[in-house]
Design a protein around this ligand. Structure first.
Ligand SMILES: Nc1nc2c(ncn2[C@@H]2O[C@H](COP(=O)(O)OP(=O)(O)O)[C@@H](O)[C@H]2O)c(=O)[nH]1
Ligand SMILES: [Mg+2]
Ligand SMILES: [Zn+2]
Length: 303
């Protein structure tokens, strides 16, 4: 038993801990120190704690595009490839949560399935915090990337501030990859063209500063599913110009730093009858053009 001396009460300790607030890395709302997700935007609070524990602030990048454009498959495959290849660019995941996206994509593809659709609720999105190393970099680059749902993006673009996470995220992003379904463009559907035009005007209006705004930030356009659209793989810029004239023009008029890429994860697809009905499944995994757009974006962000 202690007769003399000051013994802090447990309740006081609790109050002190709760008084210490941590700002969210994305939206900057104050959160209690033990919150798992930001109470306002649902970004993982681990991002803030990890950023606070190191000297360099991680840069934010985003992969955006319509629902079904192939964002989840692309990002999951990219992470898996970067975390395994010893030469070129390497990725080191920071925090266990950063591995979930690549794990769920790789395990679905190993079962000859595509990963399930990204839920539109932000508290269920996967985030990746990683460190990128490359023989051409002097110091590693810390990056944070979420896997957003296309429905949420569309809702936000049509009705700004519906989702607390998207506006602050895209304001702070150093660059984006915009994924566009090449198969839909090839079929003559203009949905992808309209959606990309909306995304581009949303970005342009988020930050209109001539030097630091989106007009000068890097934008990589990635035309996806090239296994079903060889024409696009050969010359993605010419394909976009011919099939998506709306966003092509907008891009030339409003943005300075952009490039076109083509990518594919599957090597052919088929339909399989399941209890849920007919589902599209990959026949083989044959990644093409996965690392190139990301490598370009990272180099632009670094320079
Ligand atoms: N042919 C083909 N289809 C793909 C490829 N990647 C994705 N898909 C199809 O597109 C669907 C949506 O992909 P997903 O990554 O979930 O799109 P998201 O909504 O943008 O995240 C998948 O279920 C597949 O049917 C690909 O590389 N080739
Ligand atoms: Mg998705
Ligand atoms: Zn937040």
């Amino acid at each position: 038993m202690i007769k003399e001396g000051v013994q802090p009460l447990d309740s006081l300790r609790l109050v002190a801990n709760y008084a210490a607030q941590a700002p969210c890395y994305v939206c900057e709302a104050d959160n209690t120190y033990d919150a798992e997700l930001c109470r306002q935007c649902y970004a993982p609070m681990a991002l803030s704690h990890q950023a606070a524990s190191q000297k360099i602030r991680p840069r934010l990048l985003a992969t955006i595009g319509a629902s079904g454009a192939g964002k989840t498959v692309y990002l999951g495959m990219l992470m898996d490839m970067l975390s395994r290849q010893p030469d070129r660019m390497q990725m080191l995941a920071r925090g266990a949560f950063s591995i979930t996206l690549q794990q769920s994509t790789a395990s679905a593809l190993a079962r000859s399935e595509f990963p399930s659709k990204t839920p539109s609720e932000p508290d269920r999105w996967n985030w990746v915090h990683c460190q990128i190393r490359s023989p051409s970099f002097k110091a590693p680059l810390d990056l944070v990337m979420p896997d957003l749902a296309g429905e949420a993006l569309l809702e936000e673009v049509d009705h700004p501030y519906t989702y607390d996470v998207i506006h602050p995220l895209l304001s702070k992003c150093a660059g984006v990859l915009i994924l566009i379904d090449a198969v839909k463009l090839q079929s003559g559907s203009l949905d992808q063209d309209y959606f990309t035009m909306k995304l581009l005007s949303y970005l342009a209006e988020i930050d209109e500063r001539p030097r630091h705004g989106w007009a000068r930030r890097p934008i990589g356009f990635v035309l996806t599913k090239v296994d079903e659209c060889e024409e696009c793989f050969l010359d993605p810029a010419a394909f976009a110009e011919a099939r998506a004239p709306g966003f092509w023009r907008q891009c030339r008029e409003r943005f300075r730093n952009y490039r076109f890429f083509a990518s594919g994860v599957a090597g052919g697809c088929a339909y399989r009858q399941t209890r849920a009905g007919l589902v599209r499944v990959p026949l083989r995994v044959e990644p093409r053009g996965i690392v190139e757009p990301f490598e370009w974006l990272v180099q632009q962000v670094k320079s």
